[in-house]
Design a protein around this ligand. Structure first.
Ligand SMILES: *Cc1c(COP(=O)(O)O)cnc(C)c1O
Length: 408
């Protein structure tokens, strides 16, 4: 083995990155906030939901949106928005194939048909230029996913939605605090859904929230997450087919404390992302994704680069990832396949859901999403983006060390 290969951490050499990047980040103020709710005995919602309502107002205000409805997770929040938006069984909903399963599975759960539209290879976001080709008389909604925390091309998406009378439900599960032309993501479409699952940029372990400016959407979502109750009704009056999707007061106060840190953290991640972009401009075979054509604040839930194995001695992506992990860079190869390749779609395991017979996901092919999954995408996790400039430099050194070893 040559000297450069021996130095790789994967074969016992020194790591390029010694630092550990913790997540979540908390201190005594978070502990005290939760402890005070514990001591109060007022853990639940809605019988004693002051803290939940307060956090909803804080988050809505932060996003400059009129309303916010919390719920158990970011899949349910997306589903509440789709139901409230008036989708009916058999309606078609446009989704990207390069996202977490929930974006598409919640569409199935309301007996609607996910229609996959490929991503733009420059940004890995839904490609607006491919949307019109799949619109039919059954198309009712688009779910743009602000993937990794980068804003979708909302001007183009809203323009299509307007012309075809489609609802736009933003999946902002990666995008807390990120912006598009100065507006918070999630606040631009009919509704915007966020996750508070433990890996997300704002977290309480589990949880979700959906924001909207639309009075009717808000009233329906508020009712659906609270067992179909209405504020005007009695405890055992149920007006809508909802469920108990409420969060606890413990989560609400934790989120409230975490929200105080979000802006500062987002600014740090955004600046580190720009710095990494500039450093990687000099690394052949590693191309950061584009930040799009308009002004954005990227919140880098993931910092994504495209890997070109021809510049790394034909080293397959998964082996590169294993080496990078061993060097101490918190990273992943991301999704192994686009969503339509999942057994649930390929084998039509739709159980009780009424998806039309004619739907056949074995015929779907989105080349850009396949390329991203199989060959290109390398994800660096958001907590690593909270490091210093020196940490960013250490990630680049790790990449260059591997490159030198494998192409030498
Ligand atoms: C995490 C995530 C969700 C779902 O959130 P949960 O809180 O895990 O239900 C939805 N969409 C995307 C893109 C996600 O990453």
């Amino acid at each position: 083995m040559d000297i450069n290969k021996k130095r790789l951490a994967i074969v016992g050499g020194p790591k390029s990155v010694e630092k550990i990047f913790p997540w979540p980040i908390y201190d005594e103020t978070d502990v005290q906030a939760v402890a005070s709710v514990v001591r109060s005995g007022q853990w639940g919602n809605p019988d004693c939901a002051d803290e939940v309502a307060r956090f909803e107002q804080e988050f809505a205000a932060y996003c400059d949106s009129k309303y916010a409805v919390t719920c158990v997770n970011g899949s349910v929040s997306l589903r509440l928005a789709l139901i409230a938006a008036g989708l009916r069984p058999g309606d078609e909903v446009i989704v990207p194939p390069y996202t977490f399963i929930a974006t598409a599975s919640v569409v199935l759960e309301i007996n609607c048909v996910p229609v996959f539209v490929d991503i733009d290879p420059r940004t890995y976001n839904l490609d607006p230029e491919r949307i019109e080709a799949v619109i039919t008389e059954k198309t009712r909604a688009i779910i743009p996913v602000h993937f990794a925390g980068l804003a979708c091309d909302m001007a183009a998406i809203l323009d299509i939605a307007k012309r075809y009378n489609l609802r736009v439900i933003e999946d902002a599960a990666h995008a807390h605090g990120a912006e598009y032309k100065g507006r918070k993501l999630g606040s631009i479409g009919d509704a915007g859904s966020f996750s508070f699952q433990s890996s997300k940029n704002l977290t309480s372990g589990e949880g979700g929230i959906v924001i909207t400016n639309d009075d009717a959407l808000y009233e329906t979502m508020n009712s659906l997450r609270n067992v179909g109750r209405l504020p005007s009704g009695q405890w055992y009056d149920h007006f809508n087919p909802g469920c108990n999707y409420r969060i606890t007061q413990l989560q609400a106060v934790l989120l409230s404390e975490q929200l105080k840190r979000l802006d500062e953290q987002t600014i740090i991640r955004n600046e580190n992302g720009l710095y990494l972009d500039s450093l990687l401009a000099d690394v052949d075979g590693i191309t950061p994704l584009s930040r799009g054509a308009v002004a954005v604040r990227h919140c880098y839930h993931l910092y994504i680069v495209k890997y070109d194995k021809t510049k790394f001695g034909q080293l397959p992506k998964n082996e590169f990832i294993a080496m990078l992990l061993a060097e101490g860079v918190p990273c992943s190869a991301g999704y192994p396949h686009p969503l339509y390749k999942q057994p649930v779609f390929q084998q039509k395991n739709f159980m009780c859901y009424a998806i039309p017979e004619s739907v056949d996901y074995t015929q779907v092919y989105c080349p850009e999403a396949e390329q991203a999954c199989l060959h290109e995408a390398v994800w660096i996790f958001q907590q690593a983006m909270l490091g210093t400039r020196a940490d960013m430099e250490s990630f680049v050194r790790a990449i260059q060390k591997i490159q030198m070893a494998v192409s030498g």
